[in-house]
Design a protein around this ligand. Structure first.
Ligand SMILES: [Zn+2]
Length: 599
């Protein structure tokens, strides 16, 4: 039901209705425009209607010409030029026909010199947060000894008792592929609590200080949905706490020596660093699973400094107080806004493949007693989904293993039976390992598969070892889902994976690890074309947040969010994709990033 032509049909339909809103109510502000007081009213009128050259919009504020424009618009896939006025695109044209929108002294013109222009990237699953300078980044660590060294350095700068935090380690990347243990950090941090997250955030390594302070011994049982990893000989906790076992930890840290003002300043600097990173990467929209940073987004927006569009949701909960707040946020940040919008409610049904906590029907190949860890009983999941669907929320549930995905599809199906079918666009976050019978259910139920291509090239190193080759046929199976007409959308799961969308494009088209490797990639029949991958990262992602009527294509009337790259991703060899650079990022018709030294 969600094939591209359906989306386009729906798009045209919605555009007509949106155009109606703007055209018929010139003297009234449409709800969605409340959050955009900075936009001149006349720029809204062109939305969804053919551009009339005699209209006042005929002079563009910004024009990109001499470009290779890949529009992701099936009706008009390629162009040479794009004209913007206010926040929207007013023409997608040839070099010749764009001239009439250019007025000297008024229109800023970017000569793209044959560079590639695509819609801005929309990361459909991102844990966007301020970048914390005190956090120890252990990404791509291959030698566990580095962890010891980095913790030693951090302890030297801290007072006794201050919490030492870090993460992104991935033991499958260590040369010995062994889980790290507390012994790695105990000797360098005897008087400080230390917590270091695994790359997936589903397991942590802590030192003996934390274990002692938490009152955890070898007698402590595993909590429901959690696992305390134990030494096979002594049964002592190794320092690894998985899933809900993390909740047992008490760090007992003393507060960091900073005034509240200093802390606030550091936080704002960290946020700015995160926004800068997104701009440099060509990310113009983000979908945050559950975050409560509306104050930050609002503050930046009020200051005219918000440089990406945010869809930020809450958590899947039965807590009335929380739900009341979500309903308020929905009203304050409605779907027809364009900058800050309340998103979906996110829940978890299992863990991850890397931590061995993803939920499967059959045991793990490398751990025959393990089938993963359900984070709640099926009955509880169903009850939550049915209730929150009825309340009108969009729902997105983290599901990795085939049983986890099966359960979530069952719960969505049940909600549809009980509450009726509507345009709910419920999502499965990750949809990593699917049983063959479940693949067609995505389209049948209208469920979105919200996937992260980089997870494939990170996990493929151990996926077969963990679950065997048969189950891997349904793993990261985006082409099989697309063939079954499912809506597949792309994101990164940042900071689990890097924010750079080009790593995602590379993963989607090559299915090889980042260093490159000989051959055709892992399950090469699941590879996508570059253009397909861009579509999943732009137009389809916009669909997942109810914005495909105005975002995700370079099209007249659409929001002016585009990226200019220094190389033509469509034609370069795969191994050059990740080193390609963003030259310009344009959001709402404004240049928010221009790479140093380019023109
Ligand atoms: Zn996530």
């Amino acid at each position: 039901m969600l094939n591209p032509s359906t989306i386009i049909m729906m798009t045209s339909f919605l555009l007509l209705s949106l155009g109606g809103c703007n055209a018929l109510n010139k003297n009234r502000t449409c709800v969605g425009e409340l959050s955009n007081p900075d936009v001149p009213a006349e720029t809204l009128i062109t939305q969804g209607t053919p551009v009339d050259a005699s209209h006042t919009a005929a002079t563009a504020d910004l024009v990109i010409k001499n470009a290779e424009v890949v529009t992701i618009d099936k009706d008009n896939p390629r162009a040479q030029a794009v004209a913007f006025k206010g926040r929207t695109i007013i023409a997608v044209a040839s070099n010749k026909s764009v001239e009439k929108y250019i007025k000297e002294g008024v229109t800023e013109v970017i000569d793209a010199q044959s560079r590639l222009v695509v819609p801005g990237f929309n990361d459909a699953h991102i844990h966007f947060k301020f970048i914390d300078p005190d956090y120890i980044d252990l990404r791509y660590t291959t030698d566990p000894g580095i962890i010891t060294e980095k913790v030693r350095e951090a302890v030297a700068k801290a007072r006794p008792g201050e919490l030492i935090r870090g993460g992104h380690w991935e033991h499958e990347m260590f040369y010995d592929r062994q889980w790290p243990t507390k012994e790695l950090i105990d000797s360098v941090a005897p008087n400080n609590p230390v917590v270091l997250s695994r790359a997936d955030g589903h397991s942590v390594l802590v030192n003996s200080y934390v274990i002692r302070n938490s009152g955890i011994t070898k007698e402590t049982p595993d909590p429901f949905g959690g696992r305390i990893q134990r030494n096979p000989v002594t049964a002592e906790p190794t320092g690894i706490f998985m899933e809900k076992a993390k909740a047992l930890l008490k760090y007992g840290q003393i507060p960091v020596r900073r005034t509240p003002k200093e802390q606030q300043e550091q936080r704002m600097r960290g946020w700015q660093a995160a926004f800068d990173l997104a701009m440099r990467s060509g990310v113009t929209s983000i979908q945050v699973p559950s975050g409560d940073d509306f104050d930050i987004y609002q503050k930046l927006k009020d200051a005219g400094k918000l440089t990406l569009r945010v869809y930020s949701g809450g958590s899947l909960t039965a807590d009335r107080e929380k739900l009341r707040r979500y309903t308020e946020l929905q009203k304050r940040y409605p779907r027809d806004g364009n900058w800050i919008r309340f998103g979906y409610l996110k829940g978890f049904i299992d863990g991850t493949l890397g931590s061995g906590t993803a939920l499967f029907f059959d045991p793990y190949v490398d751990a025959p007693e393990n089938t993963g860890l359900a984070q709640m009983a099926y009955e509880e999941l169903e009850k939550l989904v049915v209730t929150l669907d009825k309340a009108g929320f969009q729902i997105g549930i983290h599901a990795i293993g085939n049983k986890a995905n099966h359960w979530v599809l069952d719960a969505y199906e049940r909600a549809q039976q009980l509450n009726g079918k509507r345009d709910s666009r419920h999502r499965i976050e990750h949809a990593q390992v699917l049983g063959g019978d479940d693949i067609p259910r995505f389209a049948a139920l209208g469920v979105i598969a919200s996937m992260q291509p980089t997870h494939c090239i990170t996990d493929k190193r151990f996926a077969e070892k963990r679950i065997g080759i048969e189950r891997c046929k349904g793993a990261y199976a985006w082409q099989r889902l697309l063939d079954a007409e499912a809506a597949v959308v792309f994101g990164t799961d940042y900071p689990v994976e890097p924010i750079n969308p080009l790593e995602g494009l590379y993963a989607a088209v090559a299915r090889k690890d980042r260093a490159g490797e000989p051959g055709n990639g892992w399950f090469p029949d699941q590879r996508l074309s570059v253009e397909q991958a861009i579509e999943l990262y732009t137009l389809r992602s916009a669909y997942a947040e109810f914005m495909e009527d105005r975002k995700g294509m370079i099209k007249e009337g659409y929001l002016g969010d585009v990226v200019i790259f220094n190389k033509d991703l469509m034609t370069i060899p795969h191994d050059q994709i990740m080193s390609t650079k963003v030259d310009y990022t344009i959001v709402g018709g404004k240049v928010v990033y221009k790479r140093k030294g380019i023109n």
